[in-house]
Design a protein around this ligand. Structure first.
Ligand SMILES: Cc1ncc(COP(=O)(O)O)c(C=O)c1O
Length: 279
């Protein structure tokens, strides 16, 4: 356990207490949306698996900023949308299910896409679910068919293909930049931002350790009223992104730096924020 307890940041000791032999599922935000507290999901999986529980990872605030390796980490389920750090369009997301778990779970509904309808014996379509345009897609007389054996058994119908194409382009762009280069830059800029905030007297709520955060930074000027005033002022000056919300009971101003941010963006915010500090 760490000496200082930060609200909104839990320790593995806490989890060890909370997860027991009756736990079926452990659900984690890889990076929390309010604080940017980023956890070691591999360690979570190890702990949960030791107690016989499975892990659902929500990396909505992490994927695109830091690399995620579900195989190495032994993640069971991962569910995410793509319009945040992955820079993809809205309305698109995906789910990952560990391969050996796919057939252990059944979808909530049977649809034409996940029913293993008697397929024509053609190697190309034999194992395909009945997508539009496939033979037999419209000819399902009953749903007493087994589900397909692939992760497509969890699809609920037509997928948003045009959004997926946009997401594909975003992924290609991110992959060309390089996952580890993005990570290095985001963590470094996050550190730059934290140092500057601290130097003007803000209290940074996000853990300082780069292993426990990336570019999502939450800070306070000391009071809700002044945080609100600061946030409105920053937004008025087109400093993109600062938000003040209930923030999971933690409070503070949430701001993010991604790979496309530059030090000057941080400096601009800091200059404005400095003038908004309580006298
Ligand atoms: C960690 C996390 N998960 C999921 C979501 C998406 O939630 P919803 O689909 O309800 O908008 C968000 C959005 O802010 C998030 O931060």
């Amino acid at each position: 356990l760490k000496k200082e307890v930060i609200p909104g940041v839990w320790q593995f000791g806490d989890m060890d207490q909370a997860v027991n032999d009756r736990t079926r599922l452990v659900v984690v935000d890889r990076t929390t949306w309010h604080l940017g507290f980023t956890i070691d999901v591999e360690a979570v999986c190890k702990l949960a698996h030791a107690k016989g529980a499975l892990v659902v990872d929500d990396p909505f605030q992490a994927l695109g900023a830091i690399p995620v390796d579900v195989k190495k980490e032994n993640v069971d389920f991962l569910i995410t949308g793509c319009h945040k750090w992955q820079c993809g369009p809205g309305s698109v997301g995906f789910m990952y299910v560990r391969k050996d778990l796919i057939e252990q779970f059944e979808p909530e509904y049977s649809v034409y896409g996940n029913a293993s309808v008697g397929r024509p014996e053609h190697p190309r379509i034999q194992n395909c679910p009945g997508e539009f345009g496939q033979l037999n897609h419209d000819n399902i007389l009953s749903y007493n068919y087994p589900y397909v054996k692939t992760a497509q058994r969890f699809e609920m119908g037509t997928v948003a293909g045009d959004y997926l194409a946009g997401f594909g382009a975003a992924l290609q762009y991110l992959n060309n930049l390089g996952k580890t280069d993005i990570e290095e830059r985001v963590r470094r800029l996050g550190g730059y931002f934290i140092d500057k905030l601290t130097s003007i007297g803000c209290k940074v709520n996000t853990p300082v350790d780069p292993k426990e955060r990336h570019g999502l930074i939450n800070y306070t000027t000391g009071s809700y009223d002044n945080d609100l005033k600061s946030c409105l002022e920053l937004n008025d000056h087109q400093v993109a992104g600062p938000m003040l919300r209930y923030q999971g009971g933690i409070g503070g101003i949430r701001t993010c730096v991604h790979f496309y941010s530059v030090e000057e963006d941080v400096d601009k915010l800091i200059k404005l924020q400095k003038n908004l500090m309580p006298k």
